[in-house]
Design a binder for this molecule. Structure first.
Ligand SMILES: Cc1ncc(COP(=O)(O)O)c(C=O)c1O
Length: 431
């Protein structure tokens, strides 16, 4: 079995940098670790927003993962990757009519409704189509996920409907024409490293499901408890204890399943499954001193990996990084600022990073880069475009995304033929 360094250097030799490289074995292993930490009554839905590459989704699908999508394109990717409508849920705060129409026509497992207006729109479209749409109501609970740095619920957000409002109005939802209310959905927060927090969060949601079922005396067929299982990006963090997670979640879900055997239990996950399976690799283009600091200038940065650069965060900390070319055998390290190609002082992948002595043309990798990489980065800044993506699997390198070329980027723009415009000279406006 090759080491991660060998796999990356091998992929880089074939496809160059900047590049995203995924370790297929690690991806499968991560998925199975989560899958095996949950009882069979729970279905794991991979969240495409985290990394929507069709080949990666296909690999996960081949191991049984279902899919959670947030746009028409993600839905088409899920289908192309082999998902079936029964294993797709579609959520997000702004779904366009054409997206809803396609989802309803496909008959996906559930459209997760984020507002009462959206429920009405879905009802209208389903009526026009002469069908019934399967939906779940997304609730923004009165409870927030402890331990999540990004809380999506338990505070004002544009996600879901307030818990108290749902409790009051569920009867109305049930009477909405042309919709089949499957149940509820809650997603409270992401990157949670404490198993107990995920457990408490889940317990609350399952209780909420029970309360609504009893109050409205109906049998639902779905509860989506979100997830938010995290990975430890920073030196002071500890990985989620998967054994503790398993010990807590097994009895919780099995008890629920005994009470509600007809209810499909859904857990969503992205970061935990794919985060540690991805590497972002860049080459050193230049090394320079500036105002007392040593800058390692590389051919990729915030434009491809804004999460690693800490965009939007007040306190910026480094993802785990390493120079994988350095021949230096001793443990000597130097302090570097690893900067990217953008004309922005914030384009730094590594700040005060301790790294082995580094030279031009060395390959530096950012680990834990499988989640929220290209998909949440400003790839068009400086018109560099998005990088190549490679899957290393079974001792082979598979090209899974071609890099954007200048031609690709320019061809999306439209050149206006100003010669065809007769009166080009604007009239001066007298003020
Ligand atoms: C509704 C929903 N589902 C799933 C995810 C994926 O979360 P994670 O990457 O923490 O697994 C997110 C992330 O924000 C989300 O908002």
């Amino acid at each position: 079995m090759k080491s991660y360094k060998e796999k990356i250097l091998n992929a880089v030799r074939e496809y160059g940098t900047p590049s995203y490289i995924y370790d297929g074995e690690k991806l499968i292993n991560n998925y199975l670790r989560l899958r095996n930490a949950l009882p069979q009554c729970v279905d794991v839905f991979y969240a495409l927003k985290v990394n929507p590459n069709v080949s990666l989704v296909k690999l996960l699908r081949s191991k049984g993962a279902c899919t959670e999508v947030c746009s028409l394109t993600e839905m088409e990717i899920a289908l192309k990757a082999g998902s079936i409508p029964e294993d797709i849920i579609f959520l997000g705060p702004c779904k366009e009519d054409y997206e809803l129409r396609r989802a309803i026509q496909l008959g996906i497992f559930a459209l997760v409704v984020e507002s009462e207006n959206e429920l009405e729109r879905i009802s209208g479209i389903a009526k026009q189509l002469g069908v019934t749409a399967n939906v779940a109501i997304r609730i923004n609970p009165d409870f927030s996920a402890e331990g999540s740095p990004w809380k999506m619920g338990g505070r004002p957000t544009h996600f879901g409907i307030d818990e108290s409002r749902v409790l009051d109005n569920f009867g109305k939802y049930l009477n909405t024409e042309n919709v089949n209310i499957r149940g509820i959905h809650v997603y409270n927060g992401t990157n949670i490293l404490d198993a107990k927090s995920v457990y408490e969060n889940t317990k609350y949601i399952l209780q909420l499901y029970e309360t609504i079922s009893e109050k409205y005396n109906c049998k639902f067929s779905m509860v989506d408890v979100g997830g938010g299982m995290g990975i430890p990006y920073y030196a002071n963090q500890t990985a989620l204890d998967i054994d503790e997670f398993r010990n807590l979640m097994f009895p919780l879900f099995n008890d629920f399943n005994k009470k509600f055997p007809g209810t499909r239990i859904i857990m969503e996950s992205g970061r935990f499954i794919i985060g540690t399976a991805g590497y972002y690799a860049v080459s050193v283009n230049n090394i320079k001193e500036n105002h007392g600091k040593t800058f390692v200038v590389t051919n990729g940065g915030t434009n491809h990996h804004s999460s690693a650069a800490g965009t939007g965060r007040v306190v910026k900390r480094n993802f785990p990084m390493e120079n994988i070319s350095s021949e230096a055998q001793d443990e000597k390290t130097l302090e570097y600022q690893v900067s990217g190609p953008l004309c922005s002082p914030d384009d730094l992948l590594g700040r005060n990073l301790k790294m082995k002595p580094t030279h031009v043309n060395d390959i530096i990798i950012v680990k834990y880069s499988g989640a929220y990489g290209s998909t949440s980065s400003p790839g068009l800044f400086h018109s560099h475009g998005f990088p190549v993506e490679v899957l290393s699997y079974n001792d082979e390198n598979y090209l899974i995304r071609k890099k954007d070329t200048a031609e690709d980027i320019i061809s999306r723009q439209v050149v206006v033929d100003f010669n065809k415009i007769s009166k080009l000279e604007p009239k001066l406006i007298q003020i």
